[in-house]
Write a protein of this length. Structure first.
Length: 155
């Protein structure tokens, strides 16, 4: 069965820089940094290209002979981050960290091909406040809610 991975676009903001991509997921409140290999894979998740076609194109572009394992590893990471529209049924790989890839396929001509993502949770505006709210809507610094502070004068 051929699968055509489709990148999610709803509530995502993306920015590419030097071949890598930063994706902010407004739905899950997370930011993901995709390395260049994973960016390459994600950009080809158009809902038209099969996993097999993506793997063959990866092999051609990066002079690799393990495109299927590399693409499958990348797609699993994208799915785990919620960046694909649908679940994929991909074959299991022998190693979680490298997907059973040979050292030669991971490092080719000095470039790292192993797809990788780094994710962080982005705080909501209320969680990013610098002072705790004491529950009266006036902040934790004695303010009265209108931008003025109460001043106590000891005579």
């Amino acid at each position: 069965m051929q699968q055509q991975p489709l990148a999610r676009t709803d509530r995502l903001i993306t920015e590419e820089l030097s071949g890598e991509c930063v994706v902010y997921d407004g739905l899950r409140k997370k930011a993901h940094t995709l390395n260049s290999s994973l960016t390459w894979i994600w950009r080809r998740c158009d809902g038209q290209s099969s996993v097999e076609e993506m793997a063959a194109a990866f092999d051609r572009e990066f002079d690799s002979d393990e495109g299927m394992k590399i693409v499958a590893s990348g797609l699993k990471q994208l799915a785990a981050c919620g960046l694909l529209e649908h679940d994929l049924h991909l074959p299991e790989t022998s190693s979680a960290s490298t997907g059973g890839l040979s050292r030669r396929s991971v490092v080719t001509a000095g470039s790292v091909l192993l797809p990788a993502v780094m994710s962080i949770t982005v705080p909501t505006p209320s969680a990013a406040k610098s002072k705790p709210d004491n529950g009266n809507g006036k902040g934790g610094d004695g303010g009265n809610g209108n931008g003025h502070h109460k001043h106590r004068h000891d005579d």
